[in-house]
Design a protein around this ligand. Sequence first.
Ligand SMILES: [Zn+2]
Length: 167
Amino acid sequence: MDEKRTVAGTGRRAMSDNYLTVIPTDPHWQPSKVAADRAAAMLSEMLPDDDARRGLEAMWHDSVQVVSCGANLETVSCHHCGGEFALGWWAEAVSERYAEGFSTLMVTVPCCEVEMSLNELAYDWPMGFARFRIEILYPNRAWLSDEELASLTGALGHPLRQILIRI
Ligand SMILES: [Zn+2]
């Protein structure tokens, strides 16, 4: 996943864009500017080079946004019974909630008819929903380690989920 693909001869990266993104586990939570700056500075230190650091950006959103893992999404399943969802069902559930501005993320899942948040479904690869994110375009590295994620959680003041996005 930390491959760095370039188009031969141009020095430019090929078609697919890669992002490493961290989001609060609570989709509605937003940090103070100070806490966000602290976490962004720490995350910047975890990157291998200035190229990667230039791609780092902290973003606040007025409403909940989908933070997709793009082409990395393989399965979505139920954290209650383990049933795997048809991606068509899931995409429709997201569209319906999106049309309502994500005022709620709650859905009743078809497998066991339990009501749960779209943010709490089991995503492989991970993705989520958030009103704040720190994203890095072309991070030039793979997943953060558990220790790195724990340090960032301390800096931000809220548990985080990391997402590797391939577009
Ligand atoms: Zn279920």
